[in-house]
Design a protein around this ligand. Sequence first.
Ligand SMILES: [Zn+2]
Length: 843
Amino acid sequence: MTSHLLIVESPSKAKTLKKYLGKDYEILASYGHVRDLVPKTGAVDTDNDFEMKYEVIARNSKHVDAIGKAVKDVDVVLLATDPDREGEAIAWHLSEILKARKLLKGKKLKRVVFYEITEGAVKEAVANPRDISMELVNAQQARRALDYLVGFNLSPLLWKKIRRGLSAGRVQSPALRLIVEREIEIEAFKSREYWSVHFEGEKDSVGFLARLTHFKGEKLDQFSIGDQARNDEVTAFLAKNGKGSAKVKEIEKKRKLRSPSAPFTTSTMQQEAVRKLGFSTDRAMKVAQSLYEGVSLGKAVTGLITYMRTDSVTLSKDALAEMRAFITRTYGKDYLPAHPVQYKSSAKNAQEAHEAIRPTSIARTPESVAPYLTDEQRKLYDMIWKRALASQMTPAQLDTVAVDFTVGGADNIFRATGQTMVFPGFFALYHEDQDDAVEEEDKRLPAFDKGESVAINRLYGEQHFTQPPPRFSEASLVKTLEHHGIGRPSTYASIISTLQAREYVVLDKKRFTPTDVGRVVNKFLTDHFARWVDYEFTAKLEDELDDISNGKDEWVPVLARFWKDFSAQIVEKEGVSRKEVTQEQIDETCPKCGKHQLAIRLGKRGRFIGCGGFPECDYTRNVDGAENEAPLRIELGADPRTKMNIVLLSGPYGPYLQLGEPEGDKKPKRVSLPKNLLPDQVTPEIAQKLVALPRELGMHPETGKKVVSAIGRFGPYVSSDGQFKSIPKDENVFDISLERAVALLAEPKSSGARGALKVLGKHPDDGQSVGLYDGKYGPYVKHGKINATLPDKDAIDTITLEEALVLIAEKSKKGKSGKFTKGAKPKKAAKPATPKLKLKKAA
Ligand SMILES: [Zn+2]
């Protein structure tokens, strides 16, 4: 008796197989991939026939070692990894490792594939092993090499030209392009108004609705009723016929057949799991994998579905026979077509997986296995089971009826349509969901006779607006990728999760929106690597990989062809300027300098619109609210005192009033709005009062200097001779008296934070206020008796408590002028005063 070692990639698959194969078989799992390219430049040697340098994946090395140890004790090694290129490659990598470790001498090494994991299928597969297919392996190696070459050469370019840490993938990039282009389409979309005209009627207590199709002899299209002249005609028609009747002109009846869809491929299963079950594509694949690898059904263990990575829509003869018997038994012979239904794959080049996704036995109904499944497994299995079975049932039969009515003359035609199900066929079991369309329902019309008249209950026009195309959902993205021939069953889910992981797209309400970085990366790729994000080019490359797997093409020439052009392009694009990459000119002149064009630029926090003349001109604004957040500008008329115009504008510190316009170097007078006054509350009267500030109150009786009241960034204040005092909240900057101002200025400013421009917060050591003041020598911060001058006057607008604490700490240490550097942490000052508390308690 020979002993066998059977190797699979997952422990759960190993567990199922242990139940089927006797003691003669030891079964070990590799825990996924075992080798990958060394993560360095030169891992794919482009000068030496694309020789690839692999290394054992560190996290799985202990599993590889365990396999190596077990090999010593057996005569036959069976590599039973998944039945696709990836599985074939894992098997080959394992064999290469074992060979290199000289563990295969005198041993047999074979490949076994399971398209389904049931006792019969496994035993049969194990009895019929084959050699590793180098065609499949090389197709997978070529894919890995292509992805490596793109990633390793494009990413450094993205770092240099856009931002560090970015990366671009070969098949993800066209997918990103789809999402970005859709977003641009939505942004550019201009909604168009159109009208439809309807009448409501009723017969035999059944209401119905008819829609105008011909008006005055003209066949209407979507936009026929939209312009004013036509609207006026229609309005007159509605007024005249609203109380009238409609005459039945024509009745058209048709029998329609609706055929079931093909059983699931990876792509269609992912789409329906997203639409019907609300799964992500990634989740759908993980749940499907668990159903494929085996589920414990009480005593028995079995795989419930066939291999889930497939683009084939065919079903095996045995499966067809079982399904047909089941349909007759359960639904009756009316539901069974004369012959098994054969489907054709929409994928151009259906890969090596030989069957669609189907239950391993249709006899395991969703109800019968439900007690053994998780909620997600149950939902997905139910869908797969129904879809497969429905694909072999008869079409649904529908009777459709269209009734044409004339209203107010023979050349105005309305149509009502109805539909009734005559025979449900496969509908008895399964309905496919649509992405962005509404499924038509069973809609019954009353029975009409030609020539009869029906009273019009209501005649009306309905306004519509065209809608922008919808953003991609996971389902519609997979569908579109497949339509373009981009990606393969094994890659759809990973394309989607990679784009999200790189933060190039986000899923918002289950729809994809590109991020700002995603848009810039896409723009760089479409501008400079157009060919490599081209849908057709990517699809063609996938076809070439398919050809390698079919033995129609060699992998090295495919790589060589790709590399020749791609590497040349990388070299050429080294010279592209960063500005060109990260800026997108828009058709608008800078409103600030009036010289340069504006451009969309990528900043740390995303895209913004900025002046192309930066740093000469610093104009910026938000991209998103381009319209809503257009610079605030409210004209408030002429100021009677100065005869200059007053405008309300918004600046970085909030809204302000401006008197007159800038002239050369001369800045016009600007006054901040008081905090509690909203821009739309500002009347010309209030504006005139505000621009008159600072208001001269008179001369200080002691110093003889001017006393004024005004509004600053921190609110209303009075000032004289460099002294400032805030005006208390309940008093008014416009009518404060000289006497009151003098009294305010005379108030002591030592203790507390009175007179402060702003209280920054409490000092962590003693809970006393830390305030910001404006003094003779410029702004300063104050804590207790320590005053620390701000090193930079402009910091008055931005200083935080943290920065103030640093200044105060430094000042108290040095006793003299303190300096602070931005971002420095107040190490000493921030320490909580715990030792003091302890002392108190002890005492
Ligand atoms: Zn400018």
